[in-house]
Design a protein around this ligand. Sequence first.
Ligand code: ADP
Length: 393
Amino acid sequence: MNVLVINAGSSSLKYQLMNPETGDVAAKGLCERIGIDGRLTHKTSDKKVEMEIAMPTHGEAIQAVMDALLSEEHGVIKSVSEIDAVGHRVLHGGMKFSESCLINDEVLATIEECTPLGPLHIPANLLGIRACQDKMPGTPNVAVFDTAFHMTMPPKAYRYAIPTKYFEEDDVRRYGFHGTSHKYVALRTAELVGKKEFKMVNCHLGNGSSMAAILNGKCQDTTMGLTPLAGVPMGTRCGDIDGGVIQFLCNKYGYSVDECLNILNKKSGVLGISGVSSDFRDLEDGAKKGDEACQLALDKFAYEVAKYVGAYAAALNGIDVLTFTAGVGENGISNRAAICEYLGYLGIKIDPERNNVRGKEALISTDDSKVQVWVVPTNEELMIARDTAELVK
Ligand code: ADP
């Protein structure tokens, strides 16, 4: 079986053609500058091509993807019928979707209703879906929501302590994101530790970061909220912040709320503190050269992640497994060490030798650690492909 996994943004579209059983990727690539001019990067196991192709809309982008997949020189299939289904990453499923869903007109309309919750992403996700329906009539499409995994949270975790009216009438609550990644890591960790019933905290630490408290594979709490701004500090997002700061900055500088939110989303986080970069490698280089602001950004990040591990250990009344995933979680050896340094009171002990690993599955805790600590590289595309295959079977 072949599933085409699509992640459509407003001006870009990532794709992978993969086997959902084995996870083998036949081809993958990226359309960029959609609506501007258009560029396609397409990779197979042995070839990489880059082409300028006019992409006024997502329709031409999908056409370019299909042409690349079918090409004589760098293609991997002979006919469109070899694509059994398309799985789409959709940012927000609101209260409407607690699992992945085969797309029909009704589902499309319901996704559209979620637009106020993801005003930048959902329209782009819909463009990707409609372009596939248009260019591949007859091929089933599946929506996989970034929020769905978190829909098992209890009300005490997802409700905000604001007047009930905003929840009941406007759906304002914690949703959480990176759900596809948290779900993949939760399932994979269950295989690695060889059991289904355990308490785990997953740290998805990348450019955007979120954490999830997971009991027996089901999400109990997560750090992001109505939007991805909440939780731990990220590359450029501030994470949790006193709402009063927004009022203060707007009053002091005459910013609109949108301008202020732009600062909190794009200019804050470790970039904001360091003044140097949102990339953790740059911060480490800076800190090594004695840049105190870079060191503070790294310290702040590790401190806040560790605080949430403590909070989630309380929420779960204990913790059996701690997992690290995504760019920083998989590669940041010193970031992991700095986080775990705070967690000795939970009986967490990592082995420096075992922790000296990047980008692969590894148990990094000592044999006598009370909590197993694992690096588990995420694979959101495989999760999307599996959900898609499951639904079209
Ligand atoms: P995104 O949220 O954009 O998907 P990723 O999960 O790909 O992000 O993570 C990207 C981040 O991973 C980069 O910003 C970089 O800071 C971090 N990263 C990559 N390699 C390393 C490394 N060797 N050490 C520390 N951080 C790393």
